[in-house]
Design a protein around this ligand. Sequence first.
Ligand code: ZN
Length: 470
Amino acid sequence: MATSWDKRSAKGLAKLQDELVRDQVQHVVGAFSPYWKARLAQLGTKPTAIDGAAALTKIPAVGERDVSPAGDPAGMAALVLQATEGGFALHAQGPTLRRALRLRATRRDAYRRLVERDTKPTTYVWSGLGFHYPLASTRGDLDAIARAGSRLWKVLGLTGDDALLSAWPAGSSTEHTALYYAALASGSPALFPGEQLRDVVAAARLAPPTVLAAPSARAAEVVASMASGGASLDRLRTVLLVGAASAAERAAVQEALGRAEVAVLGVHAPAGARVLWAECRQGGADAGLHTYPDLDLVQLVDAETGEARARDATDGGEVVLTQLGLRGTAMMRWRTGDLVDGGVDVTPCPGCGRRVPRLHGLRRGALVLMSDDGRALDLRSLAGALSGRSDLTDWRVVIRGRDRDGRGQVIVHLAAPGDAGEAVVGAAADIRALAGLLPTQLVAADNGLGDFGVDGSAYLALTPRILRRS
Ligand SMILES: [Zn+2]
């Protein structure tokens, strides 16, 4: 009997992921994704050279700006797998292929359904940080998402007896789709009234939930509105904070609930992901987000340079996802913009005992800032532009609220031993080309960064060189 998804030894897990990476690169992504076919050729490598997770780190991680530099969502179509019937026959796994060949001879329509299950994108969600783009799934992917949903319920300690009320916007998003399929796969009644408080409260009065899911930033408000709007909270035993909740958001929900026996657990899908990771009921926030090792390979890169972190590195970094066994949009070595503390934790969970990679201290989308007019400043592109300039000996990005009206400011300090003025002009040109948007201020000094007088204790270091006022 196959080992359960959450019980493999560290060695068994590594072996499984190596096999799945090989299959994904050689028979799925490398064979059918126009972007990755061209990119691998450009890197001078072949799908067969990627024989596991370690070899995969040699492929530079990419984000949406790498695939579609102008920020045009249509450009992301280059990632979507374009399989033909011939390609299916070449790359499908043995049992599937044998079944398909049998059907082709006898039942042409059933054969077509089987091929399309793996090759035809049928469902889309919108994702992305810098700009929004559609993420395609096949019929087969939806089965995998439903399977992950059934696991999600178990990690959260929920059963078919639980009734879900979701205050997450009821649109095409990874989060909504994952919650919808999780409830469906687990046999839980579920209501999705959308994000309007009035509608959420009305739904709660109609069918008092045992589980409430809400965006982490709004969950306290949703709970308070339910209480003041006459919805009973007596049956509620779990609140799901969707989107990597902060400690303050958790505390606010606990206070609004006023009852300690309700479990407040985080669930999160990074940008580009198709499944929701969760904190386990037994371990809570301290145990971190539990991932699905047969669906996602989680690796870390240095957020400033994009360089791969060693597998056992513990100094944090940006989360990079490679989706395993999923078709549709080929998300491989995908930069999520999420930062984590420590490394990818593969020790057994101290709470639930599951042996799956876990992530701690995740900060959602920390590397992409939105301006007031909805434009994005991607700090990864900014850091890349600065790291690439030979006239700079050091640099620093400081993110803070403007004193006058609290609006965000991004200030870049440059150490330019040569001509400081020229360095500012050159850096600005590079940043505009790579990041699309200029920071609020660029300042250079010719004798190091010391003159700028930044009090490090007042800031949270997102990376060694990117500081945010805490
Ligand atoms: Zn756990």
